[in-house]
Design a protein around this ligand. Structure first.
Ligand SMILES: NC(=O)c1ccc[n+]([C@@H]2O[C@H](COP(=O)([O-])OP(=O)(O)OC[C@H]3O[C@@H](n4cnc5c(N)ncnc54)[C@H](O)[C@@H]3O)[C@@H](O)[C@H]2O)c1
Length: 311
């Protein structure tokens, strides 16, 4: 449902794996393009007489300023709900679009239930399986995933999707709460964006110093624990400490200032760390009835571990 970059790559991947695929898109030009490739493409979803199937929502979820515009996504989901009302078999709806955490069990579930008159995970299945492919290599990425995420409250949906997706290879992780899968996809993109902005900010400083950033960044990519160790720095609620990280983040901010470069990302790194340190301390101070010493022990242990790694 929604046969753009992701929908076409997803459908093509399943076709090549030997499955029957129907592409649905409201855009007639797009439907004609897909038919020209010899694929079964339609402008409307109709499940009457269709056997049990998986319906992948690959609808657009653009942003409008600092919010997602889910209008097209909702319209497409409502059409799926109406089609489910006329279906004889039980279908599983899979959210593959990138959506804010909570959307599958909130907006999608409500829209499908209202339009089908059925209850999720009874009359139809509901699952999340976010897409990780890159637009430039969509078909190849779909065919060779390095990470597959499946989430559903109903383990039967998880198993059905595992059966379908595991032949494509790569690591496959399952969750019972779709919000976890949605959060993973959001964090995945935001993490990549943050890394890119980090090196662009460093590039501005290197430019000022007449240094070529490329060999510097290529070396740090191999030397920094944050880059070479996947376990490093990923624990929440444990700000960095020790001597080096607080000293060098703050010292470099002042240094960059002297060469005329403002570093908003590095400033935010320091600010977030200070705020987290306050929150963690505050939590410890305000626990009135819980075993404060135990909590202190846990927080201190987490922070100590992160400090040890970061020193
Ligand atoms: N493009 C990527 O590289 C990429 C990678 C991973 C995830 N995603 C996510 O996947 C989702 C889809 O992205 P995309 O790049 O394929 O978008 P796209 O714009 O290429 O395709 C969306 C398609 O949905 C169709 N559509 C819109 N409203 C519809 C409706 N009501 N019913 C049926 N079809 C409808 C449009 O005509 C369009 O062809 C988004 O959530 C996006 O964030 C994209």
């Amino acid at each position: 449902m929604g046969s753009g970059v992701v929908g076409a790559a997803t459908g093509e991947g399943f076709l090549k794996a030997g499955h029957d695929v129907t592409f649905v898109d409201i855009n007639e030009v797009r439907v004609r393009e897909l038919r020209d490739r010899g694929w079964d493409a339609r402008t409307e979803i109709d499940l009457a007489g269709e056997p049990e199937s998986l319906i992948f929502l690959t609808l657009p979820t653009p942003n409008d300023g600092h919010r997602y515009d889910l209008s097209a996504f909702t319209a497409g989901t409502a059409a799926v709900g109406r089609a489910i009302a006329g279906a004889s078999a039980r279908h599983i709806v899979v959210v593959r679009s990138t959506v804010p955490p909570g959307t599958t069990e909130g907006l999608v579930r409500t829209t499908l239930e209202e339009n089908s008159g059925m209850v999720a995970n009874e009359g139809f299945g509901l699952a999340s399986n976010p897409e990780f492919l890159r637009a430039a290599s969509a078909a190849e990425d779909f065919a060779n995933p390095w990470m597959t995420i499946i989430a559903s409250r109903d383990p039967k949906n998880v198993e059905r999707l595992r059966e379908l997706l595991s032949p494509f290879g790569g690591e496959l992780r399952t969750f019972s709460d779709p919000a976890e899968a949605e959060f993973i996809k959001s964090a995945h993109n935001i993490y990549n964006a943050t890394k890119i902005s980090f090196w662009n900010e460093m590039w501005l400083v290197a430019q000022k110093l007449g240094l070529d950033l490329d060999p510097i960044a290529a070396t740090v990519a191999r030397s920094a624990e944050g880059s070479i160790n996947p376990e490093y720095g990923i624990r929440g609620g444990a700000p960095y400490g020790g001597v080096c990280l607080p000293k060098d983040t703050q010292g470099f901010l002042g240094f960059a200032d002297t060469v005329g470069v403002n570093m908003p990302l590095l400033s935010a790194v320091v600010e977030v760390n200070d705020r987290l340190a306050e929150i963690v301390d505050h939590e410890i101070d305000t626990v009135a009835h819980a075993d404060a010493s135990e909590l202190r022990g846990q927080s201190t242990a987490a922070a100590a571990a992160q400090e040890r790694e970061s020193a």
